[in-house]
Write a protein that binds this ligand. Structure first.
Ligand code: FAD
Length: 707
């Protein structure tokens, strides 16, 4: 059975197995067999050979798309036809339908056609890698069509012979050139059977002279002797022969993009100079993966190139590429939940470190954990839970480690355990000059200080080492109140939280007429939990309440991750206050009533956060007991109502602010902190490569000597 053949072939070292539709021979429907094989085998590529007229192309597109997702991008489609050459428009139409449905750059697809057509069909699924569509056949029409449109051309050697192969290959090249395509876009495959497959010299010639990249062996049965003989004898001999014959570097594994994809390239980017270690995972506009990486959770974007390193060395390589593109915007992305940071842009570069997401316990006794910058806080919470540990982070599990751990980290355990950065023991960071450095209290200590609050300005963090806390289950309360007088509610909330033990950290969301409080109590004792939450519950008439004992990880996993499809620019404002005074509450009430904001949230800080000295980290607002985040859709309108609130406040949390006015930088950092940061910036990033997130301009020459 062909599905078993795939497992056997994979075990023997074959790269590709093809499945032919031969139901009349009792082999089963190729499509279904291939899906089954994809689940049984784990690495081998799989190609279905289908006649374009045999099934509705939209059904094929949905099926192959789904299988591409499920198999981790291992599918190809070999389209052929048993119709006469003059009817081969059916192949072209089928290919157009498959491509249109897989192009997720917009939501609906239309493809005109006689045999296969689409009208305003929903596109999808969204793919990491497009399904390559090859055309299979030995006629000149097929070769021409392949050259014009397809990702590859495949032919049975027995049908064409040496001369036919050369002639048709030239047809493919000519058609590609006429369509203004790079001939390398159209890969070539030849199917061999019998003695033809064992003529090493001839096979080498196919690769070297005709650019054939896949040799397919047709065998009588999956376990036939020739299957083992070919992979044991012919494959290595052909590889060696090809290496001998071709100049060094000619066998590049860099992807060759289709002309229509290259046409979407943005100016000023040396696409062909993307370093080899990053080329395979880089995403350009027009690539299948682009729609999934162009925007972030809140911000719409259209970058020119997204680099996705998976090692620290690759991050260094990406930084070196970015240095050569200093003229372009540069976004650094971990979890894509940035508000202040611009981890996407228009026409620039993005270095996305989401693949650096390992979470490793380094020292169990010391509770020391190494966490990759690309991990999400929900994954961190899940990984720590079995040890009875947690690391305070934020209120949302989808946020990335890299952005939050370089800014502060105001989470549900803040009053008991401090900020996320207060747990940091060391960080590994790639600097603007490409060096990978480790910073801790003893080495690169100034950088270690700066990273804890202003890290985004100094490089790309690849991993963090944290001392985490012993946190078993926690008390989790969720209350909704009638709050017709927002000022009165806010003042009462401020009083209650001011007197609260530090085990409890409440966050308040204030709406028009309704207030919601989410509060975590670091205790499993029901009496402690209820005792500490009761004063909160007494603030105003309750309309809903829930109190449970639950793992910290369950709170971090409360909201499922949604695809990042942000649009436009988030409008967010931030402020710290020590106390919720009557005038702060009154200005806030005016803001809430104005309708200029759709989100007004106060997080309690204080407690353990205030145990750290103001100058111990770049995050300086240690005496604040409340952090305010307000979001709206119209910046001007929001600012009109927010300004009176800001006048009552003292500083801001960088991660909740989107206003780029230079004053915001002086709100975020006290003068001494700001000066110290700018001196370090001048030392480590004098050309200001990392500037997309509250840019600290390097100190001028006369002040930089102190670094
Ligand atoms: C729904 C939501 C909930 C939030 N809740 C909280 C919360 O409870 N507490 C809290 O403190 N914050 C919270 N935030 C703010 C959040 O912490 C910041 O926006 C943070 O920057 C997001 O990190 P990220 O890696 O997901 O973002 P990204 O968009 O990937 O990055 C944002 C910026 O961070 C910098 N950055 C990212 N990765 C790195 C890196 N590896 N090295 C150096 N710099 C890097 C870059 O400047 C980048 O532009 C929340 C944000 C959202 C959208």
């Amino acid at each position: 059975m062909e599905a078993e053949a795939a497992v056997l072939a994979e075990g023997l070292g074959y790269d590709l197995v093809t499945f032919t539709d031969r139901p009349s021979e009792g082999t089963g429907d190729a499509w279904t067999v291939m899906a089954y094989a994809a689940g049984r085998a784990s690495t081998v590529q799989l190609a279905a050979r289908l006649d374009a007229e045999a099934r509705p192309a939209s059904v094929v597109a949905r099926g192959v798309g789904s299988l591409q997702l499920l198999s981790g991008g291992r599918c190809r489609l070999f389209l052929g036809s048993s119709l006469a050459p003059e009817h081969l428009d059916v192949v072209e139409e089928a290919m157009a339908v498959v491509r249109a449905l897989h192009d997720t750059s917009s939501s609906q697809a239309t493809s005109p056609g006689v045999h296969h057509r689409l009208t305003s069909a929903e596109r999808g699924p969204s793919l990491e890698r497009a399904v390559p569509v090859w055309l299979h056949g030995s006629s000149e029409v097929v070769a021409t069509l392949a050259g014009k449109l397809a990702d590859g051309w495949s032919v049975d050697f027995a049908e064409v012979g040496v001369r036919g192969l050369a002639a048709l290959n030239a047809v493919v090249d000519r058609a590609a050139a006429e369509a203004e395509r790079d001939v390398r876009e159209v890969r070539r495959a030849v199917t061999l059977a019998g003695e033809d497959a064992f003529d090493v010299q001839a096979v080498v010639a196919m690769v070297v002279e005709h650019g054939v990249s896949s040799i397919v062996l047709r065998s009588s049965a999956a376990d036939a002797p020739e299957v083992r003989r070919f992979i044991a004898e012919v494959a290595p001999a052909v590889r060696a022969g090809v290496e001998r014959s071709l100049p060094t570097g000619a066998l590049s594994s860099r992807p060759v993009r289709r002309a229509d994809v290259r046409a979407l390239r943005r100016p000023g980017i040396a696409y062909d100079e993307v370093p080899d270690d990053l080329a395979g995972s880089a995403v350009e506009p027009g690539d299948a993966a682009f729609s999934a990486v162009r925007s972030t959770y809140l911000r719409g974007g259209n970058p020119g190139l997204v680099l996705r390193p998976s090692t620290a060395d690759e991050v260094a390589s990406a930084v070196s590429f970015a240095r050569k593109h200093r003229h372009l915007p540069l976004g650094v992305r971990s979890g894509g939940h940035g508000i202040s940071g611009r981890s996407t842009n228009d026409g620039g570069l993005v270095i996305d470190v989401r693949r650096l997401d390992d979470i490793t316990v380094l020292d169990k006794a010391a509770r020391l954990v190494r966490i990759g910058a690309g991990a999400r806080w929900r994954d961190v919470a899940r990984a720590l839970q079995p040890h009875g540990w947690a690391l305070t982070s934020g209120d949302y599990g989808g946020v990335g480690v890299g952005g939050l751990a370089t800014a502060g980290g105001i989470g549900y355990l803040a009053r008991k355990h401090g900020l996320t950065i207060d747990h940091l023991q060391a960080v590994e960071m790639v600097l603007a000059d490409g060096r990978l450095v480790r910073a801790n209290a003893n080495s690169n200590a100034e950088l270690f200080w700066a990273i804890r609050g202003a890290g985004a300005n100094f490089g790309i963090a690849v991993a963090f080492e944290f001392e985490v806390d012993e946190v078993e289950e926690v008390g989790w309360g969720h209350f909704a109140f009638q709050a017709p007088d927002p000022a009165a509610y806010l003042e009462a909330f401020g009083r209650v939280v001011g007197d609260m033990p530090r085990e409890t950290t409440p966050f308040l969301i204030m709406g028009r007429g309704v207030a919601q409080v989410m509060a975590m109590v670091d205790s499993t004792d029901p009496d402690v939990i209820v005792g500490q939450l009761q004063p909160l519950a007494d603030i105003a008439p309750l309309v809903q309440q829930q109190v449970v004992v639950t793992p910290y990880a369950a709170v971090m996993n409360m909201f499922p991750e949604t695809p990042h499809a942000g649009q436009g620019e988030p409008v967010s404002r931030s402020a710290f206050v020590r106390d919720i005074t009557a005038s702060f509450a009154s200005a806030s009430a005016d803001l809430i009533r104005s309708g200029a904001s759709h989100w007004y949230q106060i997080r309690s800080v204080g407690g353990a956060v205030a145990d750290i000295a103001e100058d111990a980290t770049a995050y300086a607002h240690r005496d604040a007991r409340f952090a305010l985040a307000v979001m709206g859709s119209n910046a001007q309108r929001l600012d009109r109502w927010f300004e009176p609130v800001r006048r009552q406040s003292d500083g801001l949390y960088l991660s909740f602010e989107s206003d780029r006015h230079p004053d915001r930088l002086t709100d975020a950092f006290p003068p001494a902190t700001l000066e110290r940061l700018r001196r370090l910036k001048a030392h480590l990033d004098p050309d200001n490569l990392f500037r997309d997130n509250f840019n600290l301009t390097p100190a001028s020459d006369d002040t930089r000597s102190a670094s």
